[in-house]
Design a protein around this ligand. Structure first.
Ligand SMILES: [Zn+2]
Ligand SMILES: [Zn+2]
Length: 421
């Protein structure tokens, strides 16, 4: 078996992993680099975008752009897999992005929408075989919904590829039971390490963050929350926080469509995703869709102002007049529920438009990471006990792994290095 990290040994995002056995190849993720990252072009990848692809397959751990962004460059003749709900959410997101004004960007997203029509889906624990290689998806909690780790087996070796995951989300309870049950006799772990630099920080749980939101929603009436439209558990958490604080819930119809996909597919498993989208009389959690020009018209305005609301927003010029209307009120709060790196001028992912949008509202940070903290990584490694070592990916500090986990064998690869095991 050969393991190659084509990109991602030394950076977050843009990861591509290949596991090859007897001419068969499984690729895991084929993402774009994060915006602003130093350019690190991929070389042509045999069996993925040229040459014989008849013995190849591509698996996506989840729908974030740094994992799926280059999917249209994969040969159209090879099978590509992702989780079922993940596919529906991604299709909804990409269909929307296909209409943004920038013709180059919208063209890319149109191509992705076309490619998505041919993608296959898998269920958790469904073993898929590509020649002598098998791939088994294990469900994990991440800031993308319907995300997976993979167990890849070939040549009597078992690899655990973690994808992006965390231990402090609403659906993290299953992490260690799942690993104890299915990730036995693992030879190598290919592990994400987004938070490896923050050695002493344990992440706030989603439950703790939700309690903070409930307190805010009780305190303020006009709550505006800037959150990624596909950070599903955060969004449902905000909905439930609005119910507890007896506030209405407001979002646009695109966001409502995403929520309906999740609700349809998952409400039978968890009441967390069971939302009454019909407008019931009780203002607590009452669901409203509001679209451009984002004004509360007619009877809606006094109703929402009387009961208070949580409204999901994006950094959109069209929303500024609405925020301006409420900004002088002491009952007004804007919360920024996304990664702080976008607002940090020293970070390569700095977003001027987001920064300018949020700048008038200091002390608005209301977020917790989508990635495992160091303690969670440690417990994963101690639970799985890989026989031969851990290969860091999706990290800006792979050198920290050995310092932080001195009892584990850390195998540091370079991008494109072929590691024969
Ligand atoms: Zn990622
Ligand atoms: Zn991710």
């Amino acid at each position: 078996m050969k393991i190659t990290i084509h990109r991602g040994t030394n950076q977050i995002g843009g990861c591509v992993t290949e596991i090859e056995s007897n001419g068969y190849r499984v690729f895991i993720d084929y993402g774009e680099q994060l915006p602003g990252a130093p350019v690190n072009e991929l070389k042509p990848l045999e069996g993925l975008n040229y040459g014989d692809v008849s013995k190849s397959a591509l698996f996506f751990t989840h729908y974030h752009g740094d994992h799926i962004g280059k999917m249209t460059e994969a040969s159209a003749d090879m099978p590509v897999y992702i989780g079922k709900t993940a596919l529906e959410i991604l299709n909804c997101l990409e269909s929307r992005l296909a209409y943004i004004p920038d013709p180059i960007e919208s063209g890319k997203h149109k191509q992705i929408v076309e490619r998505l029509k041919t993608i296959k889906t898998f269920e958790p624990l469904q073993k898929i075989t590509i020649g002598g290689i098998s791939v088994t998806p294990l469900f994990v909690d991440h800031s993308a919904f319907d995300a997976y780790m993979f167990i890849v087996e070939a040549d009597n070796l078992r690899i655990l590829h973690t994808g992006d995951f965390r231990g402090h989300g609403f659906r993290s309870k299953g992490l260690f039971p799942t690993l104890r049950t299915y990730a036995r006799n693992i030879d190598y772990i290919i592990s994400e390490g987004s938070n490896i630099q923050r050695t002493d920080a344990t992440s706030k749980t989603e439950q703790e963050l939700q309690r903070d939101f409930i307190n805010d929603f009780r305190k303020y009436k006009y709550n505006f929350v800037l959150v990624s439209s596909t950070n599903i558990d955060r969004i449902f958490s905000l909905y439930h926080a609005a119910i507890v604080a007896k506030r209405c819930f407001v979002c646009d119809s695109y966001q409502a469509e995403i929520m309906k996909i999740v609700s349809e597919n998952h409400k039978q498993y968890s009441s967390f995703y069971n939302i009454d989208f019909e407008q019931k009389s009780d203002p607590a959690g009452r669901f409203f869709e509001i679209n451009r020009p984002f004004s509360f018209n007619g009877n809606l305005k006094p109703y929402l102002e009387r009961h208070g609301f949580c409204m999901l927003i994006r950094a959109n010029e069209a929303l500024k007049p609405l925020l301006a209307q409420y900004s002088t009120s002491t009952d007004f709060k804007v919360s920024y529920s996304m990664w702080k790196g976008y607002l940090d001028k020293s970070n390569s992912a700095f977003s001027p438009s987001l920064y300018n949008f949020i700048m008038p509202y200091p002390d608005c940070d209301m977020h917790t990471s989508g990635h495992a903290d160091v303690e969670t990584l440690r417990t994963v490694f101690d639970t799985v006990k890989p026989k031969h070592g851990i290969i860091p990916i999706h990290t800006e500090a792979p050198e920290n792994f050995q310092k932080v986990f001195p009892n584990q064998k850390i195998i540091r690869l370079r991008d494109r290095q072929v590691y024969e095991v």
